[in-house]
Design a protein around this ligand. Sequence first.
Ligand code: HEC
Length: 167
Amino acid sequence: MRHILLATLLLLVCSRQSLLADDGHFPETAAQAAAQPATETYTPGLGEFMMSVQQHHAKLWFAGKSGNWSLAGYELGEISEIFEDINRWTPVWQGHPVARLIHPMTGAAMLGLQQSIAHHDKAAFRRSFDQLSGSCSTCHTATGHDDIIIQRPVFPPLTNQRYRPVH
Ligand code: HEC
């Protein structure tokens, strides 16, 4: 029993130790704690951003196909935001200037999608969607990944979301 108590005490001391600031004191306030430099921060890699782009790309298809234009606009906006994040966090990937490639490669298709969504035009949406998928694959080829080929999705990525519009 004594041993268990001692071990617990030791554990407590050790865990408190790790909370100490450099000067050996506990940070008094949240502001003080925040002011301490973080030793390591987590930044997602390009592959993680891309997995997320892939999901939104698939959802975009089902939203547009179902004529759920507000959802389609939302999904397109999410893709744009992730492209912005890539610009900021992983501008260069294995020597390839991905940030500089995004706009020239995808800009026309993204604009076409935006316009087709604004005009509720399914035929134009399909064309621009295929153009976007083609540009995704073109960039993959340009960055040494001609094995990542993007196409129209056959099934929704998740089945717990309805694409049919409310109105
Ligand atoms: C600027 C160039 C570029 C564009 C544009 C681009 N990608 Fe990528 N993508 C990459 C690179 C580079 C990788 C490899 C990243 C890695 O392995 O870490 C990648 C990886 C991927 C992967 C593989 C992720 C995995 O781990 O399985 C998918 C899926 C993907 N992209 C989807 C897309 C989709 C969908 C689009 C278009 C909406 C797109 N990408 C547009 C450069 C691009």
